[in-house]
Design a protein around this ligand. Sequence first.
Ligand code: ZN
Length: 443
Amino acid sequence: MKRQLVIGFVLLVCEFVGYCLGADGQKVVVIHAGQLFVGNSDGLLSNQVIVIQGDRIAEVGPAGSVKVPAGAQEIDLGRATVLPGLIDGHAHMFKSQALGLNPKVFLENSWQYRTILAVVNVKTDLEAGFTTERDMMSVGAMYSDTDVRRAINEGVIPGPRLQVATVALIGTGWGEGYGVVRFSPEVTAPMGARAVDSPWEGRKAVRENIKYGADFIKVFADKPEGTHFQPDGRLAITPSMTLEEEKAIVDEAHRQGVKAACHAWGGTPLRDSIEVGCDSIEFGTDFDQESLIKLAEKGIFLTMELANGKAEEQSDLKKTGGKYSRAAMQKATLQKALKAGVKIAFSSNPASGALDHGQQAKELEYLVDYSMKPAQALRAATTVNAEMMGWQDRVGSIEKGKYADIIAVSGNPLNDITELQRVKFVMKGGEIVRNDLSRSEQH
Ligand SMILES: [Zn+2]
């Protein structure tokens, strides 16, 4: 009797909304995947079926072995390769190529205007296939990144699932993490990050960030501004703070239950960041072998920004009489890191030079050019990043119970990684964001 009532309800709902709902009232969608990259293994599986109930994956398996629920909305991606939604491990919604990277950005643009640009940026990222992002700092816009996260989570605007850093921390320096212009000392200039100059200031800054909604803490252990090549070809990498200060920041983050992402291109900032237990290091650049071994041993994640290094290659060579470039250094570091078994996390650092929003998947091409296998690069942008964010239970692979964050491309990305620069289908949490591949049909 009860069963009949449920069926009656389902039929009724089918009529009104145009698709059927599961017994518990959730929409059921089925994707037919010609080829499937699951995310946690290297190969492609042929002819797979993904059943989605509400915002989660209910079932995945070979066609024939997975039952297609009656009345489900069916999406035919039979000629496509289906993959988990991509994750950008180092994103910047508050950086826009149109504004550039200089202190004038703060002087000429209100937080409100920059937040409007951020809303556009996250939509662009999502449509390019990035369904999750770790956003690395609000770049002077204080806690505005938490508002963008909230608007996405509440369905007000489209965008990836976000973890946000809010205000990045750095020792007093020039532009505090943004720009190389040195203002006159009497000018109180707006800064890209918050200057902290003692362990206690560091702990306080961490507590405030978490109070206002930071998901993790971003620290500049080095001062990226002014980094230059020394005569021996190594980079002069200046620490922004002492070991004691960085240790207090990372310890406080961990005490409060959040992770710490530490910007360190090499040298003392890198060694300090490893010692204090940073969870990820931002940007493998001038890394020594000993540090790489420690990164592997401690399971610390390493992000790269190869596109930006590549973009500066000619000017680096010009400055060093044709001898050195950050691009060559990054390539060597990546290859040594892979050999040492360091966990490489995909990151594009968008709108920081080479790649604008929506172009982040170009970084996959560099990872492959510099020696990663296509499947390995794809895992860096899916399962590895999910683990780095502590979200391995919800995103990063196409498995039962995870969010239905799914993308598709026309060709085979294991043969041609640039396919990811032409994402044709995007679904986030069971909702279709774009579909240039097929018309979905009702059965
Ligand atoms: Zn960054």
